[in-house]
Design a protein around this ligand. Structure first.
Ligand SMILES: [Ca+2]
Ligand SMILES: [Ca+2]
Length: 442
């Protein structure tokens, strides 16, 4: 790596978050695109931990670029999904603080005019969605304080005033938010008291349905920030778990440990007891969840930095069913940390971040699921039954108003000719009526 300054500076060795703080004063965004030609420098770390499953393009899929986010994106950044689109809500980019969204139908970014937050650009690194709102909490860098939401339906920013007792700090730097789709609760895990401040082991719980801070969870064992958080179900016990992974701890050491909170028992299990440690210590990564073709959960980590503060170009996921970390492949963009990852139509996306030269890059990519059997059965909504709803959904795919997953698209292609047309929708409807059939009957 060429980043002599990073590696030689004692001040910067005080850690990633302090380095981010440095961006506030010494950083300027460059539009010299030659700065982005650093692909040859992308660090690829061999994941060789025992039990680690190596990457195979044929089996595990490939990464491809999507359109670059306008204004070079953001890093750190808050990116969420809403209405079959990817939304870049806020984060660090002193040039432009507009909210943007990306459509998979046209591979196009759209900027929302006059959508800048009242506080402008900031260091928000994570957020969570409930309904139409993306929630973020004060960035710990003084950019803004307290709980804020952006309503993706009305384009309104609101400084929320929840009931209950929330964080004692007006801001928390670099936390990891995660939403529980079952309860709607949003969990604000870890982070630091400020940029460059002490790491936290706290978990605050927000109920967006009632706009209330609920009782916090017990602290986890190792305080950490710029980490990952997930909610998954343990396939053995059937118990719901809150998982945290990686990040930087007190003393700004990079962590490979994981820890899981058992909601049923109300306790944090021992570190690495439920999910084995990461193959390497990693911080400031993107994180998101997806499911495999059998419906098993995947907990994803994308990019980030290793303990030498080298940006990482790889990805990996914890396969909940098999209990192993699996290599997710090298994403097809500049290696970055302080990026975000999201899942849309069950494909994992990597958005934004900063490269080894601390330059933001709006580069974006997604991981294409591997070739699978394409089953043309007409059950487009995959509920096991063939009804008029399947024909309707096929029509929406034809009209471009619904962006299907791989399985859904295969299902909609009733005649199996490789594309979804009105003829397929009609054939599905006729099959429902008993006067037709798809090429792969249910
Ligand atoms: Ca169906
Ligand atoms: Ca067809």
């Amino acid at each position: 790596m060429n980043n002599v300054f990073l590696k030689s500076s004692v001040a910067l060795l005080t850690g990633l978050v302090f380095m981010v703080f440095g961006l506030a004063t010494g950083y300027c965004q460059s539009y010299d695109y030659s700065l982005f030609d650093v692909s040859a420098e992308s660090d690829v770390v061999a994941n060789t931990a025992p039990g680690f499953q190596p990457f195979s393009t044929a089996v595990d899929g490939t990464w491809e670029n999507i359109s670059t986010e306008p204004h070079l994106g953001r890093g750190p950044n808050v990116v969420v999904t809403y209405l079959d689109q990817i939304w870049s809500i806020t984060g660090y980019n002193a040039e432009n603080a507009e909210v943007r969204y990306w459509s998979p139908v046209t591979d196009t970014w759209f900027s929302i005019r006059d959508s800048e937050p009242p506080f402008g650009w900031n260091y928000a690194r994570s957020g969570a969605v409930y309904g139409t709102k993306a929630f973020i909490y004060g960035d710990g860098g003084g950019g803004f304080t307290g709980l804020w939401s952006f309503n993706m339906a009305t384009y309104e920013w609101v400084n929320e005033s929840p009931a209950g007792s929330g964080p004692s700090f007006g801001g928390i730097a670099n936390p990891a938010w995660v939403a529980d789709p079952d309860t709607g609760y949003l969990y604000l895990t870890g982070g630091a008291t400020s940029l460059g401040g002490d790491s936290l082991a706290t978990v605050y719980v927000y109920n967006p349905a009632t706009n209330t801070w609920l009782a916090p969870l017990p602290d986890f064992t190792t305080a950490r920030n710029v980490h990952a958080a997930f909610i998954f179900t343990n396939p053995g016990s059937g118990q719901k778990m809150l998982a945290i992974a990686g990040g930087t701890g007190v003393g700004l050491n990079f962590l490979s440990s994981t820890q899981c909170y058992n909601f049923s028992a109300g306790v944090w299990n021992a570190e690495n007891a439920d999910i084995p440690a990461l193959p390497i210590a990693r911080a400031a990564m993107g994180y998101t969840q997806a499911v495999n073709h059998a419906g098993g959960q995947e907990l994803w980590l994308v990019g980030g930095a290793d303990s030498g503060i080298n940006a990482l170009a790889d990805s990996l996921f914890y396969d909940v069913e098999s209990g192993t970390w699996v290599d997710g492949g090298i994403y097809s963009a500049t290696a970055v940390y302080l990026l975000s990852a999201v899942t849309l139509n069950n494909e994992v996306y990597k958005l934004g971040g900063v490269d080894d030269n601390e330059v933001i890059t709006g580069e974006a990519s997604r991981r294409i699921r591997p070739d699978l059997p394409c089953v043309n059965h007409g059950d487009v909504n995959l509920d096991g039954q063939l009804t008029a709803a399947d024909a309707q959904l096929a029509f929406f795919i034809v009209l471009g108003t619904y962006s299907p997953s791989y399985e859904e698209e295969c299902a909609a292609d009733c005649n199996g000719d490789g594309s979804v047309t009105a003829a397929d929708a009609q054939a599905i409807f006729l099959t429902v009526l008993g006067s037709g059939t798809c090429v792969d009957p249910l």
